[in-house]
Write a protein that binds this ligand. Sequence first.
Ligand SMILES: [Cu+2]
Length: 181
Amino acid sequence: MILEYCKRARYFYNRLIFFGIVLLAPWVASAETILVEDAYVRASSKLAKSAAAFMEIRNTSSRGDRLLDVKSDVAKKVELHTHIEGDDDVMKMRRVEDGFVVSANGVLKLERGGDHIMLMGLSQPFVDGEAISLTLIFETAGSIDLEIPIHLKKRSTSRSHSHIHTHKNSKPHKHEHTHLN
Ligand SMILES: [Cu+2]
């Protein structure tokens, strides 16, 4: 009788642990993993054919991630590019097929003269200060939607920067503010 009771108690105990894990898992997975800061897209002029996007991508997870691809409605083609030195000592842009690694608790800097997101065949005029939408696709964190400001080469005096973060199973949140000097 006692043995029987113990068995049943154990069964319920195991069930409890099982459901505990099932219920807790989404909370663990929803921890913030990717933060995007100081994102902007730069074009040479309003009617430019291509533009490049720059930002800092922070991985707050203890697990490495990888930016695999980027999508946007404003360009026919979006590629991940890097700069490498050619035979003639001239820096050239090259497509990176394997994406960019964002190491565990690390920062990936997409910056001028280095790794960047290339938008080719722009389908709309780029107006300084307006915003475009980009979707970053990560190996682990999944896809993250961003709205980033357009900076033309001839900058106006307004400066804005935005912070965007996402929870794995929820919508990204964006905080943006503009400084006028
Ligand atoms: Cu490029």
